[in-house]
Design a protein around this ligand. Structure first.
Ligand code: NAD
Ligand code: TDX
Length: 334
């Protein structure tokens, strides 16, 4: 099998390739990545020399390049995106270019070359926010994106589904909750907290900190994508979420401080994100029932393992950390 993975130098994409090459050693993977601020060749160092792996630096919006690569592909697994909500508030245009036009470019090429499966990796943020107490997102929840990031991902989902209904392109979509784990960029919440503490800084909590996310260990997400590609039904969407319980941002900060043996005085409240979604929660019964997926990695164990990974892999995050904090200080004053 020949896979084209987009965004394989990012957080989830690099974890996906590492998992896939190990599980399917006779498959070929081409990783197309533009190496934006979020793409790191260092995230692929352990598999970059494998004979069945090839890296191509390029933009998913480049029609000729995408056509040339898809010509020799059976399955597209599409991760590449601008993925940071705070950045989308500062500069939405690049989100529309990559997340909407880039996806449409890939869909066109996939159709032209009659590929076997186009898997789009999407987010629960397309559904908008939930009240603090109440139900969860399901595959039937109407789309209601509230940030430019979420709106661009919603557009990509709609386009992918339209290519299935209109042209019969074999599309599947996973809408997943917040991932955490190794190789996540230091701009995102959990790695930002851990690396702030490892560099003697405070943890920065937006607003009142009572915002709830559904936290999923990245390998559980990657296993879900594997199952959907193998056994998911064409044209279908699967929601993937991991939380064994609901924890708000402030509680997560305190869990991390406890594990790192640091006092709660390291918590600093800063100004809130505009349009900050209050709560995300996922009902994953469809993928659990139909594909027998369930999360294997508990939050308590794997947050500790994630902290340990950042403690042991300073070589990976130290070179990128200064840039992330500069972005926060200069543009958001937080
Ligand atoms: P990331 O920001 O860590 O990585 C994105 C990767 O895409 C980077 O390597 C970047 O260089 C590449 N890229 C960006 N623009 C590109 C372009 N125009 N052409 C080619 N490559 C480009 O993102 P992530 O956290 O790994 O997320 C991967 C996917 O999963 C995204 O589609 C995101 O929307 C989705 N998702 C993420 C989460 C999460 O918690 N991180 C949750 C649900 C869904
Ligand atoms: O320093 C911080 N302090 C803070 O309180 C940061 C960086 C974040 N936060 C809050 C904002 C959110 O409530 O933590 C929560 C998580 O923030 P992010 O890591 O920016 O993630 P989020 O906005 O929830 O989006 C993530 O999950 C869904 C990913 O970045 C998206 O790509 C994915 O689609």
């Amino acid at each position: 099998m020949r896979l084209l993975v987009t965004g394989g130098c990012g957080f989830i994409g690099s974890n996906f390739i590492r998992y896939w090459l190990k599980k399917y050693p006779d498959h070929q993977i081409v990783n197309l990545d533009k190496l934006t601020y979020a793409g790191h060749l260092s995230s692929t160092f352990d598999f970059s020399k494998q004979k069945n792996y090839r890296f191509v630096k390029g933009d998913i919006c480049n029609r000729k390049l995408v056509n040339d690569l898809i010509k020799e592909t059976d399955i597209v697994v599409h991760f590449a995106a601008e993925s940071h909500v705070d950045r989308s508030i500062l500069d939405p245009l690049v989100f529309v270019k990559t997340n909407v036009l880039g996806t449409q470019n890939l869909l066109d090429a996939a159709l032209k070359h009659k590929i076997k499966r186009f898997h789009l990796v999407s987010t629960d943020e397309v559904f908008g926010e939930l009240p603090l107490h109440g139900g969860k997102f399901t595959e039937q929840t109407p789309y209601n994106p509230r940030s430019p990031y979420a709106a661009s991902k919603a557009a990509a989902d709609h386009l992918a589904r339209a290519y299935f209904y209109t042209y019969g392109l074999p599309v599947t979509i996973t809408n997943t909750s917040n991932n955490y784990g190794p190789y996540q960029d230091t701009e995102k919440f959990i790695p930002r907290m851990i690396t702030n503490l490892l560099t003697g800084e405070n943890i920065k909590i937006y607003g009142d900190g009572k915002y709830v996310r559904d936290w999923l260990y990245v390998e559980d997400h990657v296993r879900a994508i594997d199952l959907v590609i193998k056994s998911g039904e064409e044209g279908e969407t699967y929601l993937v979420g991991g939380s064994d319980r609901e924890i708000n941002n402030l509680e997560i900060a305190k869990i991390i401080l406890r594990i790192m043996n640091l006092p709660d005085s390291k918590i600093q409240f800063v100004k809130d994100r505009p349009g900050h979604d209050r709560r995300y929660a996922i009902d994953s019964s469809k993928i659990r029932k139909q594909l027998n997926w369930e999360p294997l990695f508990s939050f308590d164990d794997y947050i500790a393992k994630t902290i340990d990974w950042y403690e042991k892999n300073r070589w990976w995050w130290e070179p990128i950390k200064k840039k992330s904090e500069k972005l926060y200080k200069k543009t958001m004053q937080i």
